[in-house]
Every structure is written in C-alpha cells, then in structure tokens.
Design a binder for this molecule. Sequence first.
Ligand SMILES: Nc1ncnc2c1ncn2[C@@H]1O[C@H](COP(=O)(O)OP(=O)(O)OP(=O)(O)O)[C@@H](O)[C@H]1O
Ligand SMILES: [Mg+2]
Length: 199
Amino acid sequence: MITIDSASLVGKGLHRECYTHPDDVNLCIKVAINENVKETKREKKYYEFLKNKQIPWDMLPRFYGNIETNIGQGAVFDMIRDHDGSVAKTLEYYLVSDVETEKNCGGLSESFPLLKNYLLDHEIITMTIKPKNILYQRLSDEHGKLVIVDNIGNSDFFPIANYSKCFGRKKILRKWRRFEAALLSSYPDSKVLAPIRPH
Ligand SMILES: Nc1ncnc2c1ncn2[C@@H]1O[C@H](COP(=O)(O)OP(=O)(O)OP(=O)(O)O)[C@@H](O)[C@H]1O
Ligand SMILES: [Mg+2]
C-alpha cells in the first residue's frame, strides 16, 4: 500500500485530489473525495479503450491503473510538468491572470488548434471541456501545449460516437464549439482568444 503525504497535494477539483506519487515525481495519484465510483470506472474504461486504439499520449496523461493508498483507492497518471520541472498549471490560471496571459500569449494561442486537431485525428471524445480541466504545459519560454486531465470519454447510454467516425467527429466538434463559446463569454477581452473571436 502506498502512503500519501498530504503535503504532496498538487491540485484539487470537486471530486478528486491530485498528489505527487511518493516514488516517482513524474506520476500523480488521484484519489476520489466523495466516492464517485461510477465516474472513476467510466474513466478507466475509456482509458482502456484509448490504449487499445494505440493513440499517442501527446495531450492526455497516460493512465497506469489503480492502486491502494492510505486514503483510499487512487488512480495513477503521468504528472504533467513544465520544462522547468514545476507542475503545469491550468488554462484557467493563465486566462484569469493578465500577467500570465501577456507572458504566454503566443504559446497559448497556437496551442488551441493543436489540441482540437489532436482530438479529431484520434477520435478522442470528451464531455464538457473546461479550462480548469486543461493544463497548459510550458515546453519552453515561448511554446507549450494543452493537456486534458479530466472529463474525457462519453457518458451517453449508447456511446455510438466512440465507434462511428462520423458521429465521433460531430460530437468532438460540438464540444469544441461549446468550449470556445464558454471561453469567449468568460474571458471576453482575453488576447489569447483573438484567433477564435468572431469579428
Ligand atoms: N495529470 C496531472 N498532472 C498535473 N496536475 C494534475 C493532473 N491531473 C489533475 N491535476 C491537477 O489536479 C486538479 C484536479 O484534478 P481533476 O480535474 O482530475 O479533479 P476533479 O475533482 O475530477 O475535477 P472536477 O472538479 O472538474 O470534476 C486539476 O485541476 C489540476 O490542477
Ligand atoms: Mg477537474
């Protein structure tokens, strides 16, 4: 059993806490806060589906399975880190800060179409895409990429979009359009969003 130190917490959402793995700083362990077994199982299943499809793990952390910890069952993933070793911060973090937006504007703007194409090329289905569930991984001072850490997969009762290229594509584009619309409404003046803002 793995013992998690509460000081190794790197992030927290409504359902899970994310800790640095005590044996490997390039891995993280996510532990459910309020027993959301169904959601955890669904995510695991979708990750297995992607593994079988042999997608490249460029913009998704790889999943390494579940382990027992002193605070409950945990799921092990790649820890997303910037080029300087610090844990990558969320897209939300960059968008709410004028200073961070200014510093990373070019890298952030160019990373959006890359993520969209990655999802389309490998038919990766997402649920609602939110800026708190995407990390901006700084690969250098000027460049970076977006990595989705939460809400992937399909919660439809009949997940046709997972198996049909046409339905899959439609779903991905629909989620992406909603993501862009939500960003434009939350950050109407952000420079980063200039390429997607209608004129
Ligand atoms: N692979 C990762 N590498 C680095 N940090 C991560 C990783 N996964 C998650 N985090 C951090 O932990 C936070 C919480 O993780 P996650 O979004 O999976 O939790 P959640 O409770 O399911 O979220 P939500 O509230 O959206 O349901 C993220 O916002 C992010 O800051
Ligand atoms: Mg989240």
